[in-house]
Design a protein around this ligand. Sequence first.
Ligand SMILES: NC(=O)c1ccc[n+]([C@@H]2O[C@H](COP(=O)([O-])OP(=O)(O)OC[C@H]3O[C@@H](n4cnc5c(N)ncnc54)[C@H](OP(=O)(O)O)[C@@H]3O)[C@@H](O)[C@H]2O)c1
Length: 301
Amino acid sequence: MEHLSGERILITGATGQVGGPVATALAPDNDVVAIARFGDAAARDRLETAGVTCVPVDFEAADFDALAGDFDVVLHFAVAKTNDFDRDLRANVEALGFLMDRCASARAFLHCSSTAVYEPDGHHRFVETDPLGDNHRAFGFMPTYSISKIAAEAMARYGARAHNLPTTIARLSVPYGDTFGWPLFHWHMLSRGHAVPVHADAPSEYNPIHLDDIVGQIPALLGAASVPATIVNWAGDDVVSIEEWCAFLAERTGSPAAQFAPTENTIASVACDVTKRLAITGPCTVGWKDGLARMAAALSA
Ligand SMILES: NC(=O)c1ccc[n+]([C@@H]2O[C@H](COP(=O)([O-])OP(=O)(O)OC[C@H]3O[C@@H](n4cnc5c(N)ncnc54)[C@H](OP(=O)(O)O)[C@@H]3O)[C@@H](O)[C@H]2O)c1
């Protein structure tokens, strides 16, 4: 895998589940500047201890005047999930436009999107040209999420062309690592003996992707940045169901076999075809069982 070094990197969302570990991983070999609101002082401390320069910015205001200098690459992981359409469209879409204006001289811009942009279609393996739709609204929990992620993709497409800024729109599936992700959430449910919600149209299938591969694939994704923007599923090599990964995790929690609560009121399957990503990044290095076994070992330590 390629390795980023000697780059001036702007990363947004660096206090988040995904952006945090990515910023920390890149900091030793690059000049990493993070923007977020930094309401969580401990998260800011962790970043600064790792050598990341933190600059407070609220995407709802989208005022980037506090940022100094130019950036070689931008990694845009920030996402607002206030459930208020006006606020989330402002932070996730309008602010992205202003960010691309500000960073128009970068050699590449990576916009982290989500497979939440796909119109639900049962157990279809989604390719990048498939119809878009709202697969989070039925969930009830994040009504603005799919729509603002779709709108953000449109803004990223515009920004790429308006500024001739090579851009990759990477649709992340289920990211996880030792300290974050949906499987970790399920681990805690299983440890407490709780039934895990799954979609009634079983099994609930996704493509989990380990943090090592998220970090490791960033150089290739930046290398694939183009005008118009490259759009790619940022999804692990294997389609794995919640039912499969919970059964695997339950064995490691020492608790009884995983119990499930089938419902229509949760996210349906979003399994991806990863042919395009494989051509850009090559295969993942962490298989799902290895990655989850590592997570389980870390949680049990
Ligand atoms: N986690 C998943 O399962 C998953 C799956 C698919 C795709 N994704 C995508 O992956 C990316 C990272 O997701 P995540 O789960 O790491 O998100 P997260 O944990 O919710 O973190 C969100 C980040 O956005 C920042 N942010 C939110 N509102 C902001 C505002 N108004 N101004 C400035 N920064 C703001 C937060 O920083 P402050 O609060 O400090 O401002 C935080 O760093 C997102 O693009 C998401 O759509 C995630």
